[in-house]
Ligand binder design. Sequence first.
Ligand code: PPS
Length: 325
Amino acid sequence: MANELKFLPVDEDEFKQNNSLFDRPSNPIGEVQLESTGALITKHYVLSAEKISQMEVRPDDVWVISLPRSGTTLAEEMIWLLNNNLDFEKAKAQNLSKRFMFLELVAKMKFFKGAGEFDDLDAINRAPSPRHIKSHLPLELLPKQLVGAVKPKIFYICRNPKDIAVSQFHFFQMLYRFKGTFDDFAKLFLNEKMNYQPFWSHVNAFWELSKTHPNIKMISYEAMNQNLSEVIQDVSKFLNKSVTVDDLEKLKVHLSFDNMKQNPCINKQEQFLRNKIVNEPKDVQFLRKGEINEWKKTMSPEIVELFDKWIEKNTKNSDVDTLFR
Ligand code: PPS
């Protein structure tokens, strides 16, 4: 099989400098970039890149793609329940990460278990249909079959990048002990130095495809936050499912921020404590605020200006920003 994905190492000084802002020995910011697009990822992933690219996609797969902190978890729980006839009992009995497999986390397992000893995609390839798969990878690193004849259901979750940056800042303070200020983080984000970036091509690729591919649906965090009923109805129609008024109300209660934050199958409390990411249950902030426009309260005017210029520059020839207005 021809190796079509070519990765280049990130400049060593820049890599060291960016990772020096994190108090973790594991260097959270990626070491490699895809040559063709500059997509930034960690070296763990590269071991599985070709396998992921060539992976078989099934017509009844359900995929959720997003950049980190876009509202992926909320979308996954909603979509899984709608695609599983609102089986709340099963949803409460099994961790969401088991119900929705995280594509590149599996690749990371290969790195830790030792390349060659462990078939990284085996769990996903052997999983019974219908599979539910989540990924933060940009389109160019996802399975080629995702776009083409197979036509699985694909959801792309997007969110105002200003709020993504605020959410990522807090999340990486917890997960990777980011020790810089928000302004330090915002500059990394705006310079496209976080894993899975560049931001705009990640979103744009799916936004453009969604205009001609009826199997791709864009969902914004803002829509889920402000009008969940409408989103649920839209998603159920897309999945060819019907929901009664009663179902809709039950699902909305289940998906409320407070309920999901208390839900051990979703809140990652056990996992973060076990892996010593935090020491106290109260410090697990996987579900953190659950608000829109938090940036308005927290960003300095200087950083807002930098974001506005970045948005203007990157949306000149596109209507992609209409997604999260
Ligand atoms: S991750 O780490 O990439 O999987 O994060 P992701 O799930 O994409 O996004 C996390 C943000 O979504 C918020 N969230 C919710 N908001 C409202 N209601 C519900 N039920 C909900 N579930 C998750 C979560 O709090 C993160 O946003 P912030 O702004 O940090 O609160």
